[in-house]
Design a binder for this molecule. Structure first.
Ligand code: DAH
Length: 343
């Protein structure tokens, strides 16, 4: 038996004895530093390996590592024991005041987005719209092609897209759900809203997030007209923001509607007089909308000679921001309780 091996054995006895006499967490820490620390005895012994004759190195290395494992598990056990003893001593001294009231844990509440969504669901439910959920991960086909945007259609640039593969993406809007509902419900008439998260490959700023909610609406039936769309949006705005809301319609362009419009509501702050929130126009944009394009109806399985429909898509966070004077959209997903608790 040569010197390093003897030292290993000695060290084991010495360390285990010292461990037994460590009586509090301070002593334990000191013990750990001495025997297992980076500058501890065992570490310096392990360094000795390099000085041994080559054929002895593996055996010595193994023995040293076994000792290391032994000491580590003895240490863990001792920590447990000492902790228990310390607690018992504390209890014996009466240091634990069991009559102290606990710290109350708040019950929590729904996220502002969820609250807003549920208000929207309730209003549309009263108007006969069911909630239909479509997937967040979509295909190029549903997100674009079936919505009348073949590959290379310039309108695709309206949506900066997170691509997963050549053909798979995170939906940039809730509109692909229109096709899914139509294919599932044909030949029934349809009245649904499609809420859900949308994703866009955009710089995150106070005004734009790369994830946000939309609520899509779709009605398909016989003889559905633009006036039904306007009536629905007006009724919605009045139920959500008050009975004397006004809606105005502007011409616009979306590949999946014809004609396409944008719907504005008179500003909830200045009621149309003009203020900072509405950029002195008196109006706030609430939705893109239009009559479902004949090709989109066809793609959903509905014959446009017999059926017609309207559709709309509205944001969820932005109206909530207006209503509560929130000036940074990033707050919605920042998970800062100081913000979330206010709603
Ligand atoms: N999908 C559009 C967007 O994300 C919004 C939209 C416009 C939805 C018109 C519609 C519609 O259903 O008819 O910008």
């Amino acid at each position: 038996m040569n010197a390093p091996y003897e030292r290993l054995e000695q060290l084991e006895q010495e360390a285990l004895a010292a461990l037994e006499s460590a009586m509090d967490s301070g002593a334990l820490q000191e013990w750990h530093r001495l025997y297992l620390g980076r500058k501890g005895e065992l570490t310096s012994l392990l360094r000795l390996v390099a000085e041994l004759p080559e054929d002895e190195r593996p055996t010595f290395g193994r023995a040293a590592n076994t000792l290391k494992a032994t000491l580590e598990s003895a240490y863990e056990q001792r920590v447990e024991t000492v902790r228990r003893q310390e607690l018992e001593r504390e209890l014996a001294r009466g240091a634990l005041d069991v009559t102290l009231p606990g710290r109350p844990l708040g019950p929590g509440h729904l996220h502002l987005t969820t609250q807003t969504l549920r208000r929207i669901y309730a209003i549309f439910a009263e108007m006969g719209f069911q909630v239909y959920e479509a997937p967040d991960v979509e295909t190029d086909e549903f997100n674009f092609e079936l919505l009348n945007m073949p590959p290379h259609h310039p309108a695709r640039d309206m949506w900066d897209t997170f691509w997963i593969t050549d053909k798979v993406l995170l939906r940039t809007h809730t509109s692909p759900g229109q096709i899914r509902v139509m294919r599932e419900r044909y030949p029934e008439p349809i009245r649904v809203i499609l809420p859900g998260k949308c994703y866009r490959y955009e710089q995150i700023t106070a005004r734009s997030e790369h994830q946000f909610y939309q609520v899509e609406g779709l009605a398909v039936g016989h003889g559905i007209r633009m006036s039904d769309l306007i009536g629905t949006l007006t009724e919605f705005a009045r139920r959500l923001y008050g009975p004397d809301r006004r809606i105005r319609i502007r011409g616009s362009y979306f590949p999946f509607t014809e004609p396409s419009v944008e719907a504005d509501m008179d500003c909830i702050l200045c009621r149309g007089a003009g203020c900072r929130v509405c950029k002195y126009s008196g109006w706030l944009e609430i939705a893109g909308a239009g009559m479902v394009h004949p090709q989109v109806l066809r793609n959903g399985g509905y014959d446009p000679d017999e059926w017609s429909g309207f559709a709309f898509g509205m944001g969820v966070e932005r109206p909530a921001m207006l209503q509560y004077s929130i000036d940074d959209i990033r707050l919605f997903y920042g998970n800062d309780l100081r913000f979330l608790r206010q709603f």
